[in-house]
Write a protein that binds this ligand. Sequence first.
Ligand code: NAP
Length: 232
Amino acid sequence: MSDFHLKMLILVTGTSRGIGEALIHHLATVQRAKVIAVSRKQVPAAKQHKDILYVKADIATEQGRALVVKAVKATRLPLAALVNNAGAMLNKPFGKITPQQLSDVYTANVATPFLLTQALLPQMVKGSHIVNIGSMGGVIGTAKFPGLSAYSSSKGALSVLTECLAEELKPRGIAANCLALGAVQTEMLKAAFPGYQAPLTSAEMAAYIADFVCTGHRFYNGKVLPVSSSTP
Ligand SMILES: NC(=O)c1ccc[n+]([C@@H]2O[C@H](COP(=O)([O-])OP(=O)(O)OC[C@H]3O[C@@H](n4cnc5c(N)ncnc54)[C@H](OP(=O)(O)O)[C@@H]3O)[C@@H](O)[C@H]2O)c1
């Protein structure tokens, strides 16, 4: 049995760059977890870490989700945590958003975390933690910005999905929380707020998220928690 079978197993989506990439490295090196990193892109061998299993899959498709489930089952470990981090940004005036663009954003930010969580539920046990990566824009009553109607409303749906999951999974002892992030310096932030300098790097936010993934479900369940010190 390889070393991969000995530790806590955590799966993160959207790991090719930004917060997801920083998160898998923090989880593997600081939290000493076994990590499954799911991305549509192949990670070059030189960039790979020995405690991270890289799965190349498009989780927007049923085949992609099946690949992810297969990889989790192959570890023969229960899935201690699932981090739905992959997300798509669209910065476009409301009146100009096409049906296809709306569908793409909702697929990436709502339907995919919904269906992936559903597919992975059988691998989760009492004590498992689902962490959805939401946005401050997806919280009712927060500041909203022009151009982000599709993105922010999709993150709003993810917030409510989290509350629903927590309620429905309570009998199984599985917790679900949503971290509503403020600005973090990534490619996505550049697309949403060109020229804006965020107060946090991906690595700084990843360190906070990693700790929350491992311990947050002892303190929170069904919560949408703002993680933000700025507007945006
Ligand atoms: N940065 C911020 O200020 C900020 C603020 C609030 C919330 N967030 C949230 O934090 C999460 C990570 O964001 P980030 O800033 O690190 O973004 P990023 O740098 O753009 O990275 C996003 C990741 O999501 C995946 N992804 C992108 N488009 C996708 C699509 N259409 N379908 C499936 N996967 C897709 C990509 O993974 P692959 O290409 O490898 O598949 C990519 O690695 C997102 O959910 C985002 O909404 C970020």
